[in-house]
Write a protein that binds this ligand. Sequence first.
Ligand code: SAM
Length: 415
Amino acid sequence: MDIPGLPARRAALRLLDAVLRRGETLDQAVHNAVQGLAADADRALARAIAAEALRWLPDLDALIDSATPQVLPDDAKPRAVLRLMLAQWLRLGTPPHAVVATALPLLTGGPKRLAHGVFATLTRRQVALPVHPGLPPAVAARWGDRAGAIAAALGEPPLLDLTLRDPAATADWAERLGGVSLLPGHVRLPRGEAIERLPGFAEGAWWVQDLAASLPARLLGLPGGWPGGAGRALDLCAAPGGKALQLAAMGWQVTALDSSAKRLERMAANFTRCALTAEVVTADLRAWEPDGRYDAILLDAPCTATGTCRRHPDVLHRITRTQIGEMAELQRELLDRAAGWLAPGGRLVYAVCSLEREEGEAVAAALDLASDPIRTDELPAGLAPTPEGWLRTDPGMLAEAGGLDGFFVARWRAG
Ligand SMILES: C[S@@+](CC[C@H](N)C(=O)[O-])C[C@H]1O[C@@H](n2cnc3c(N)ncnc32)[C@H](O)[C@@H]1O
């Protein structure tokens, strides 16, 4: 019979292993690792412990190494358990005696004595984490002079952003939900809200979407350029549908394509809840051909998603330069195809939630099409386009308002 609390810690250990050794995303790993846990609270706890360990990994390792002369390999089980113990104590506020009681039984014999000794030393010293998480050296090298500001935004999971179906009702919803709005159609709430219990969820008045993720669809503008206008929009790589919902709510006649039938099921549920419609295509974009041309095309391409590092700290540890290069190659192929399907005068927007220039700036620069530069007046206060007319957001931007995900967006117009 397990002692209470132990199964959640065992699941957290499996999560850490799945991300760090097998390169799984935290979400994939959660799906597999928490299946034996009956209570929602235990599942949420296992994910929170693993996520905080991943968010602060270099700092937790530095503490562990400061408390033992023994060189613990990166993948040693006592190091993994200590990472979880420290994440619970220093990030989730679990009292040290409860941490010891629930996590130490994951080890036996010498490793157990070692972990106990390290943890006791650190609690006796009353150590603390730095103000901001340290980045793994390879990530810091990739992000260069942006790394410090990004790391400063990484310490906490993000606030909860909602996109409203009806931007005209922004002030009403901000008041009803007790949030703040940074843009018409946007409401920001504290983190940790139970989404399905919030007013407006059941009737589909809004959907969850980070502020940065809401910008690409906005940058396509209204169909015909005015409220009530008409036009055909093609949303490529559309599931689970945050941007397709925006386009439909703006009045576009939307065709939404994705290769994942499972993710398209989630999109269909979102469209039903929000009483919006789209034509749905399940297809691989590399092989699909449209039967006509489109006034607006959005390519929210598959990417390494390093821009979501605040909510998915696993990306800090499992994305390699090889993966970035492979993604960039795919993105160039998809963007080239999409560009050929614009109607005369039509607009194309390319977006990735990646912080890597190889997936953003370099892909956009390679497309031979007339740029339609993004303007400051189209963006939330505090953001500005790059000199090329692109948008690059980093999680450290709009810090005083709670930040936003990292995104890259570029726009073109067919002649
Ligand atoms: C960044 S996500 C899209 C998010 C979505 N636009 C939204 O706003 O909710 C990228 C999507 O690309 C899809 N995808 C990946 N490779 C694809 C391909 N070759 N053809 C079509 N879709 C693909 C994935 O299934 C995934 O749903």
